[in-house]
Every structure is written in structure tokens, then in C-alpha cells.
Design a protein around this ligand. Sequence first.
Ligand SMILES: *[C@@H]1O[C@H](CO)[C@@H](O)[C@H](O)[C@H]1NC(C)=O
Ligand SMILES: *[C@@H]1O[C@H](CO)[C@@H](O)[C@H](O)[C@H]1NC(C)=O
Ligand SMILES: *[C@@H]1O[C@H](CO)[C@@H](O)[C@H](O)[C@H]1NC(C)=O
Ligand SMILES: *[C@@H]1O[C@H](CO)[C@@H](O)[C@H](O)[C@H]1NC(C)=O
Ligand SMILES: *[C@@H]1O[C@H](CO)[C@@H](O)[C@H](O)[C@H]1NC(C)=O
Ligand SMILES: *[C@@H]1O[C@H](CO)[C@@H](O)[C@H](O)[C@H]1NC(C)=O
Ligand SMILES: *[C@@H]1O[C@H](CO)[C@@H](O)[C@H](O)[C@H]1NC(C)=O
Ligand SMILES: *[C@@H]1O[C@H](CO)[C@@H](O)[C@H](O)[C@H]1NC(C)=O
Length: 402
Amino acid sequence: MPLNQQQGYSNMEASYSNQAFNSSAWLEKEQKRSRRSKWIVIGTVLAIVVLVAVGIAVGVTVGKSHSSSSTKSSSSSSSSSAVNQTDPNDPSTFEKDSRLIKSFWGIAYTPEGSQYPDCGNKLEDVITDIQLLSQLTDQIRLYGADCNQTALVLEAIKQTKVNMTVWLGNYPIPTDPAPYERQRDAMIDAIKTYGTDHISGITVGNEYILNWLNANGATDPNSAIGNTGAQMLLTNITDTRNAVTALNLGKTIPIGTADAGSYFNTELLQNVDFGMSNIHAWFANVSIDQAAGWVNEFFQETNVALATSLTNQPKMYIAETGWPTASKDVGNESNGPSTATEPNLQTFLDTFVCQANNNGTGYFFFEYFDETWKDAQFGGVEGHWGLFYSNRTLKDITIPTC
Ligand SMILES: *[C@@H]1O[C@H](CO)[C@@H](O)[C@H](O)[C@H]1NC(C)=O
Ligand SMILES: *[C@@H]1O[C@H](CO)[C@@H](O)[C@H](O)[C@H]1NC(C)=O
Ligand SMILES: *[C@@H]1O[C@H](CO)[C@@H](O)[C@H](O)[C@H]1NC(C)=O
Ligand SMILES: *[C@@H]1O[C@H](CO)[C@@H](O)[C@H](O)[C@H]1NC(C)=O
Ligand SMILES: *[C@@H]1O[C@H](CO)[C@@H](O)[C@H](O)[C@H]1NC(C)=O
Ligand SMILES: *[C@@H]1O[C@H](CO)[C@@H](O)[C@H](O)[C@H]1NC(C)=O
Ligand SMILES: *[C@@H]1O[C@H](CO)[C@@H](O)[C@H](O)[C@H]1NC(C)=O
Ligand SMILES: *[C@@H]1O[C@H](CO)[C@@H](O)[C@H](O)[C@H]1NC(C)=O
């Protein structure tokens, strides 16, 4: 049974009902807590993180069953005015925006109109996105490979001639083999067409273990249920490895998986080249002033520490971290200690980006722009994590110079 929206919310409510967690109390008490109990507390709270990315999985599954009555707005905002080109026929002649500074290690990106089967994405929009993104970072991460997004992004990089690499993604659904295979085939085709010069790695799985545990009423990623899910995902990871190896590329592409911060299965991590961890201070009700430090501490103590203890030493990255700037409804505008506002996003940018760069942390800032389909489908803050609004206008923020 695919994870649905209801399960996502009930999971969130279960987490909310755990009142043990409160950010400032947590920070005060953390030294007194044992590592184990702290892990459990964070694990419970971090379950909420599921919503941000599950949105995408739900987009896939809900879209499949109600493809004609989709609530997704394809309100495509014209992107033609977001970036000017000296030569309208040559996307590499785009004008730079002085407000954009290449300070980010990486940025999370989903092209507009990439939820299967609705799709609707357009190369011209992806070109605009890559023109903007390339002024902020040298690498982006995709979540899935549906709706030809892999080829569109690689084509846009080719036409804009920017220095950009991509971490490709395959977003499998535990209970349905078709989405995995469809995305694998699209990805392999794109690699055959565009080569590997602009590919940094391939992520198979996005919050797969978290979704699998939720769907099976479990919470511990290393329980028997968690291990079963890990073996299922490993089947797909091995399959991708074999498919890429068969291309004889003369280059090894790292293959890993992404999950919510507290949901890394050890057997899975032992068999991948890298792990990417979603870490959101917002969903853990951490105040904006403590957010950047909390994200770093969580990442080091939970994810890096686990990876370091394994024989294969998988490289760990932060797959998503950021701060929302608005909520669809007033009720969800606050996470408890802090509100979803542009000044708070500014604070997070000012306290996280250059500091994480200096600390040598690989991270993908979440995210490029506001996603209108998430706002329509999930409400709350889900559709408002962008550096840009959905119309590709920069929010009222100043990009830090590192
Ligand atoms: C594009 O050029 C027009 C005309 O010069 C200008 O009004 C507009 O602000 C420019 N847009 C951007 C995003 O630079
Ligand atoms: C291109 O991006 C890579 C990181 O992906 C970076 O190491 C390199 O310095 C960049 N090159 C230029 C010319 O900016
Ligand atoms: C996918 O995108 C590429 C690049 O724009 C294009 O050449 C190709 O025809 C597209 N494939 C499909 C099936 O739309
Ligand atoms: C992918 O994993 C699913 C289980 O999640 C499995 O049913 C399917 O056979 C796998 N496909 C491949 C090609 O590995
Ligand atoms: C960077 O490292 C310092 C020293 O360990 C730490 O205090 C800070 O929270 C870290 N910040 C980030 C964003 O990684
Ligand atoms: C987080 O804050 C919300 C809104 O104030 C509250 O309903 C929820 O119980 C809090 N969750 C936790 C885990 O403290
Ligand atoms: C918004 O708040 C309501 C009630 O406080 C809650 O039931 C709902 O799940 C929240 N929505 C999101 C997306 O957080
Ligand atoms: C883009 O959207 C924002 C937020 O809705 C709005 O304030 C801004 O005026 C829009 N910009 C353009 C160029 O339409």
C-alpha cells in the first residue's frame, strides 16, 4: 500500500503528541541526556520531516490514482522575464544578477511540472532555473527522474554552458516496482545522451526507509521491518549499479540514498557510497537562533558518527536543510518558537551557509523555489521553502558572501 497523505499527517500528529521535545529545553538538557535517549527523542521529532519530501512521493501515488482530478496547479509563471539574454537564441548569453552570489555548496531542485503522470515541465523553464541556480552554486540535487527531468536538466546545463554538476535521483515506491524501473530507464537514457561530465552521483531512494516504516507501523530503522525495507531498496540500488556499470563509462559514479535524519538503516548504509540526510530545525521546533547550530550538531552526532563507525565509510551529506518563509494558513505559520518569515530565512542563511562551507559540510540548501503543487496539496509551510518565489523572483533576502 503506497504511503498516502493521511499517513503522512497521522505520523506528524503522533510526533506532535510527544511533548517531551522543546528546543530550548533540549539544548539545555542535552548534555545530561545519554546519546541513546537523545537519539530516540530526536528520532521521534524528526519523523515530522517526512512531510517535506513525502510530498513528492505522494505526488506520485496520489497523482496515479486521480490523474484526471489533480489538484496540482500548473500555474506556470512565465519565466521569460526572470533572466535576460543578450542573444535570445543562446541561453549561454544570460545576464548575471548582482544579487546572486555563488555561496552555496549545493541546492535542492525539482523542476516545475515533474510530478508523474501530470508532468508538463518545459525546457525553457529549466534553462531559466539553471541560469539562476548557476549563479548560486556549482551543484544541484534532483529527487526523481520522472517526466524527463534528468534529460531536461542536462540539456539546460549544456545550452547554458555553466559549471554545474547534478546528483541525479530515483524516487522508488516500496510497494510498486514500476516507478523505480521507469526512472532508471529515463536516467540511463539521459546518461547515454549526455555523458557523465555533469553528473556527481546517483541517489536511489528518498525517505524510503521512513516511508516503509510508517506504512508498516514501525519506527526503528534497524528493526526487522527496517532491515526488510533496506534489503528491498538495496535490490534497486544494486540494479542501478549494474545498469551504470554496463554503460562502460570509464568513470565510477557514486551511488547512495537519501533519508530523514534519524532513519538510516545500518545495513543499507554499509552498502552505499554515500548517505544524504534531511535535517530540518523547523520541524523539530528549534528556534531560528539555534537552528544552524542544531542542524550541524544533529548531522555530526547522528549521521556522521554512524557513517564513521562503518567499514565502508560512506560519505555523508545534508540532503535538505532550510527555513520556510510563509504558511498557507495562520495556524501553521509558527513552529512553536519561530515563525515562517523571510527575515528568519535570512537569519538561517546568515548563520548556516558560510559556516557549513567552512566546516567542510556538504549540504543542499532546501530549496531553489517555492513549489505551488505542494502548497495546493499539503498546505502549511510545505510550498514555501524557496530562495525564490514560484515565479522565480528572488525573495526579500540577501545572499551571504562567504
Ligand atoms: C531585463 O531587461 C529589461 C529591459 O532592459 C529590464 O526592464 C528587466 O528588469 C530585465 N530583467 C532582469 C531580470 O534583469
Ligand atoms: C566548477 O565547479 C566545481 C565544483 O563542482 C569546482 O570545484 C570548480 O572550481 C568550478 N570551476 C570553476 C571554473 O568555477
Ligand atoms: C527529454 O528532454 C530532452 C532534452 O530537452 C529532449 O531532447 C527529449 O526529446 C525529451 N524526451 C522526451 C521523451 O520528452
Ligand atoms: C526494486 O525494488 C522493488 C521493491 O521495492 C522490487 O519489487 C523490484 O523488483 C526492484 N526492481 C529492480 C529492478 O531492482
Ligand atoms: C561549524 O563548526 C562550529 C565549530 O564546531 C560549530 O560551532 C558550528 O555550529 C558549525 N556550523 C555549521 C553551520 O556547521
Ligand atoms: C511544535 O510546535 C507546534 C506548534 O506550536 C506544536 O503544536 C507541537 O506540539 C510542537 N511539537 C513538538 C514536538 O514540540
Ligand atoms: C496545519 O495545522 C493543522 C491544525 O493545527 C494541522 O492539522 C495540519 O496538519 C497542519 N498542516 C500542515 C501542512 O502542517
Ligand atoms: C512574484 O511573486 C511574488 C510573491 O507572490 C510577488 O510579490 C512578486 O510581485 C512577483 N513578481 C513578479 C515579477 O510577478
